[in-house]
Write a protein that binds this ligand. Structure first.
Ligand SMILES: [Zn+2]
Length: 261
């Protein structure tokens, strides 16, 4: 992994599968202007940093990944010079519009402070499509979750950071990663321990057994970091993962972790 002035900096704001003291749900910050998901982790950002967010990429509509978005917009809308772009699959954006920004759960910031200059603008990003922002490119990749969902592959200057979002066993994520020349960092979910394999299958999440089965599909050997672990089961999931992959170094992701690529 390279460090330096070029490239990108990714900070983990939240990576837990739930809440509780010290735990925050999924959100990653890329440099100072991009958020991937808006879980409770964004609540720790200083106001000045929140005001610099220009783009939000949603993996899917579930609340643990989106609950901070309405609060972010309400916090910064009066200082914005242009709308915050919210990217995601068509179904994800439709769900956010219908179930969050519906004037009942929250005001519709796609029409506020006024329709001519709203605080929020949507950008449909289907799997396989890419958005380039400066020297960073984000590709949405189809994954296998209980609602339409995407992972993101973030590339800057040849360095690649991959984030699965929420997913169970699949082919598409691994195939997309294999299309890149290298993968430096892989943040992959493993929400449940093996004893909850049935729940994991229903909810379309990984457990250590299914993740160990899928990982050989990847032709690269990136750093592997586990995310979205169920509160209270973190040690159990991590131990099961290490036992299932004795030859690979797997690390447990924590809030505050920073990747310089
Ligand atoms: Zn989910």
């Amino acid at each position: 992994m390279r460090c330096g002035a070029d490239g990108m900096r990714i900070k983990i704001l939240g990576c837990s599968g739930g809440i509780g003291a010290g735990l925050r749900t999924t959100s990653l910050m890329v440099d100072e202007d991009i958020l991937v998901d808006t879980g409770t982790g964004i609540g720790d950002l200083p106001l000045a940093v929140l005001r610099r967010v220009r783009h939000v990429f949603l993996t899917h509509s579930h609340l643990d990944h989106t609950c901070g978005l309405p609060l972010l917009l309400d916090t910064v809308f009066d200082t914005l010079k242009s709308p915050i772009m919210v990217h995601g699959r068509e179904e994800t954006l439709a769900a956010v519009r219908k179930h969050i920004f519906n004037w009942v759960m929250w005001p519709d910031f796609a029409e506020l402070p006024n329709r001519e200059a709203p605080a929020l603008q949507y950008g449909i990003l289907e799997p396989g499509a890419r958005v380039t922002l400066g020297d960073r490119t984000l590709e949405a990749v189809a994954v296998n979750h209980s609602v339409p969902a995407a992972g993101y592959i973030i590339e800057a200057d040849g360095a690649v950071f991959a984030f699965s979002g929420d997913t169970g066993p699949n082919e598409s994520f691994w195939r997309a990663l294999n299309g890149y020349a290298q993968v430096n960092v892989l943040v992959i979910e493993c929400a449940f321990p093996n004893r909850n394999a049935e729940i994991a299958e229903l909810a379309r999440h990984y457990c250590p057994r299914t993740l160990a089965t899928d990982l050989p599909k990847l032709r690269h050997t990136p750093e592997i970091w586990l995310t979205h672990l169920k509160p209270g089961a973190e040690e159990e999931i991590f131990a099961e993962m290490q036992a299932a992959l004795p030859d690979r170094r797997v690390q447990r992701l924590r809030g505050g972790e920073v990747f310089e690529l």
